[in-house]
Design a protein around this ligand. Structure first.
Ligand code: HEC
Length: 144
C-alpha cells in the first residue's frame, strides 16, 4: 500500500513538472509581431545593408534584374513563414552577401534582419532582436 502511495506521489510530481515545462515553453515562444527589434537597431541594420546588400537588393528592398530577389512583400514573407529567427539569421549568414557569405558579424546580420522587418512593416518594440541562438529560436516568423 505504501508503495502505491509513493508511486502515485511520484507520478503527480512528474505531471506537475511536465506541466510547468509546457507552460514555460508556451510563454517563451513569440512571433515577430510582438515588437522584437528596436528602431535604433533597424537604423544600424540599414547602414550595414547599404554597405553590403544594396548593390543586389536595392535600397528599397525591391531587388533588381541581376538576380537579387526582393526582400519585401509576399515573396519575402512567404519564404520565411514559420521559420524561427535562429534559422532565418543562420540561413542569411550562410548565403549572403552573395560574393562573401558569412563575412559580417553576428550582430550585423541580426541588425540587418531588424532593418528587413522595418521595411516589411513589422512593428518595432523596446527590446533588440537578440544574437544568441537559444533566444532567437523562441521568435518565429509568421504572416500577419
Ligand atoms: C552580389 C549580389 C548580392 C549581394 C551583395 C547580396 N545578395 Fe542576397 N541574394 C542575391 C541573389 C542572387 C539571391 C538569390 C539566389 C540565392 O539564394 O543564392 C539572393 C538571396 C537573398 C535572400 C534569400 C531571399 C529568398 O527569398 O530566398 C536573402 C534574405 C538575401 N539575399 C539577403 C541579403 C543580405 C542581407 C545581403 C547583405 C548582407 C545580401 N543579400 C547581399 C544576391 C546578392
Amino acid at each position: 500500500m505504501k508503495r502505491h502511495v509513493a508511486a502515485l506521489a511520484l507520478g503527480l510530481c512528474g505531471l506537475m513538472i511536465a506541466g510547468i515545462g509546457l507552460s514555460a515553453q508556451g510563454a517563451k515562444k513569440k512571433t515577430i509581431w510582438e515588437g522584437v527589434y528596436t528602431p535604433a537597431q533597424a537604423a544600424r541594420g540599414e547602414a550595414a545593408y547599404k554597405k553590403s546588400c544594396t548593390l543586389c537588393h536595392r535600397d528599397d528592398l525591391r531587388g533588381n534584374n541581376d538576380g537579387g530577389p526582393p526582400l519585401r512583400g509576399l515573396e519575402f514573407t512567404s519564404r520565411w513563414t514559420n521559420v524561427s529567427m535562429k534559422d532565418m539569421v543562420g540561413a542569411i549568414s550562410d548565403i549572403m552577401p552573395n560574393e562573401k557569405p558569412g563575412s559580417l558579424s553576428r550582430q550585423t546580420y541580426v541588425d540587418i534582419v531588424a532593418f528587413l522587418f522595418k521595411g516589411n512593416g513589422i512593428p518595432a518594440g523596446t527590446t533588440e532582436l537578440p544574437i544568441k541562438d537559444a533566444e532567437l529560436e523562441q521568435i518565429v516568423f509568421t504572416k500577419k
